[in-house]
Design a protein around this ligand. Structure first.
Ligand SMILES: [Zn+2]
Length: 279
């Protein structure tokens, strides 16, 4: 959850070049292609709402989304489920039952680049295995702290994930002004799907809306993926978003969706592809 400035800068400089062999075949030519092509032709951005860490508040967050007809992607650490402050397995099942996507975020939220490959593999593959065993159709992964390197990318995709989300790489007014406003469909690098974290920005409905309105001005918009953590009344917590502002933002997102000015999907549905077993 914590993020350093050192981490932010290289992420902004990441190239969009995809790694050979990591492109999911279904994303490149699969079943979801016709619908996605239609969205692009209409010039409508896709908005993806993601929530990291599986904190207990995310059950209420999922319900807030459901009431507005929106689906989110919830990345959880299976090793923390049921612990104090985190979702129980039953709560996570309730979230999935409402049609939200459950994704993996490692067993215990380590800083992966500091670990040996075998330990990374345990954190990523065993987490996915555990979530699959609980009955979740886990296709998507998010790197803890957005910390990723080439070996982490390779290991993640080797665990059968269809995509892995970064926390940076898209436009930010403070640190990534030269970055693209949206990720491409399908994402250029499925092992490092670009997103926009709002850490250190005022997480007001107004600031959040601006990421979407900027995308709506693009001639051929792709995906704006938001990275949320806890939704709670802690204005000084640079990772948390105040519920009132979050509600105002998703009210607007729901209204834009209704007006067909955006499409809202889970990241798993944007990428497409089936649920692969863990090799
Ligand atoms: Zn996290």
């Amino acid at each position: 959850m914590r993020l350093t400035v050192k981490r932010l800068l290289p992420a902004c400089l990441l190239t969009a070049a995809s790694i050979a062999g990591l492109q999911h075949p279904a994303a490149a030519a699969g079943s979801a292609a016709p619908a996605l092509a239609k969205q692009r032709a209409a010039g409508v951005p896709t908005v993806v709402l993601t929530f990291d860490d599986g904190t207990a508040d995310h059950l209420a967050v999922a319900r807030m989304l459901s009431r507005r007809g929106l689906k989110g992607t919830f990345y959880v650490n299976s090793g923390r489920l049921g612990k104090r402050g985190y979702l129980s397995v039953a709560a996570l099942r309730a979230i999935a039952k409402e049609g939200h996507e459950i994704g993996g975020h490692t067993l215990h939220h380590p800083h992966l680049p500091e670990m040996f490959d075998a330990a990374q593999q345990t954190e990523i593959c065993d987490d996915r295995r555990a979530l699959l065993k609980m009955g979740f159709a886990v296709r998507s992964f998010a790197y803890p702290f957005g910390a990723l390197d080439e070996s982490g990318k390779r290991i993640t995709m080797g665990c059968g994930y269809n995509s892995a989300r970064d926390i940076n790489g898209l436009y930010r007014p403070d640190s990534c002004q030269a970055c693209p406003v949206t990720e491409t469909i399908p994402p250029a690098d499925l092992a490092a799907v670009r997103a926009t974290s709002q850490t250190r920005l005022p997480r007001t409905a107004r600031t959040l809306r601006e990421f979407v309105t900027r995308a709506q001005q693009e001639s051929d918009p792709g995906v704006v993926t938001f990275v949320f953590h806890e939704i709670k009344n802690a204005p000084r917590d640079q990772y948390a978003t105040v519920p009132k502002e979050f509600a105002a933002f998703i009210d607007w997102v729901a209204q834009q969706r209704k007006a067909k000015k955006i499409v809202v999907r889970t990241l798993g549905d944007v990428v497409g592809g089936s649920v692969s077993p863990v090799p």
